[in-house]
Design a binder for this molecule. Structure first.
Ligand code: KMH
Ligand code: ZN
Length: 274
């Protein structure tokens, strides 16, 4: 276990709207500023989705290029592109921006319900995304929404397509996937190979309880508008950085410091920045 805490900020997502969260960043300058504030508050990883100016989700190359440049111009946070995109998005759109060679990209290891929709990730889809991730020398984050996705990780390890140690992310509380409970978090954390690190993203009002458990267990934390728009019941968060600040306060109370970007690269075995 590393004492330093990785904090990922998932500040955009694909589903939240401006009508629901007026501070949702959409334009590149807004995205750049939002992630800079989160970085300054203690986040070391930026999980990034694309949006058109009207708020609709897109993973197109031009949008992601502009976002990545706007973030990089303001802070050295590790950039992690989503390959999940939005439910129903074509696979080619989900992966076209990987040619930007971000340091990290997510790889969701299975299909699950997502509200009324289906988040589709068949094994061929997973292999296509993994191929593209590896072609560009990107470090994957294995995203687990449900128990069966842990089995898929074992399939990939068994076939030699990936080898531990790798970094996992447990998304708990998505509507239609595994619930955000202490039992599920413990089970997931115990199920991955020795030496692997993990982050938890608790959805909605389970964001802070899950983060607190992960801090105590030696895991890492993701927060942000993608997963939760309320700071507390009935009160919208006024920025992603406010979530990061709260996680930092909780972590310090139990003796963990937020990882700097340099420390995060070491924990994740990423190459040092050029
Ligand atoms: N928007 C969700 C359906 C990821 O970023 O890798 C999927 C998602 C996963 O957000
Ligand atoms: Zn995402």
């Amino acid at each position: 276990m590393s004492d330093e805490l990785l904090i990922t900020v998932a500040g955009i997502g694909a589903e939240v709207t401006r009508a629901q969260q007026p501070r949702l960043p959409l334009l590149p300058e807004e995205v750049g500023e939002e992630y800079r504030r989160a970085h300054d508050a203690g986040a070391s990883i930026a999980h990034i989705h694309g949006r058109r100016p009207d708020g609709s989700p897109t993973q197109d190359l031009a949008t992601l290029r502009a976002y990545c440049a706007a973030i990089r111009a303001r802070c050295p946070i590790i950039q992690q592109l989503s390959t999940g995109g939005a439910v129903g998005m074509r696979i080619e759109e989900r992966i076209e921006a990987l040619e930007l060679r971000p340091e990290m990209a997510t790889l969701t290891l299975g299909t699950c319900n997502f509200g009324d929709d289906v988040f589709e990730n068949s094994l061929p889809t997973i292999r296509t995304i993994l191929d593209r991730i590896q072609k560009f020398g990107i470090t994957p984050e294995l995203e687990i929404f449900d128990d069966g996705m842990l089995a898929t990780a074992d399939v990939l390890f068994g076939k030699g397509l990936l080898s531990p140690p790798v970094h996992f992310e447990f998304v708990l509380g998505a509507p239609g996937a595994a619930a955000a409970t202490a039992e599920n978090l413990t089970h997931f954390a115990r199920s991955i190979p020795a030496g692997c690190s993990w982050t938890v993203a608790g959805i909605g009002r389970r964001q802070t309880p899950m983060a607190t458990m992960a801090i105590a267990m030696g895991g890492h934390v993701r927060v942000g508008f993608e997963d939760n728009i309320y700071y507390r019941k009935g009160e919208l968060a006024d920025s992603n950085a406010r979530f990061v600040e709260r996680v930092v306060r909780i972590a310090r109370e139990v003796g963990r410091e937020p990882a700097t970007v340099v420390q995060a690269r070491r924990i994740l075995s990423l190459p040092a920045a050029a």
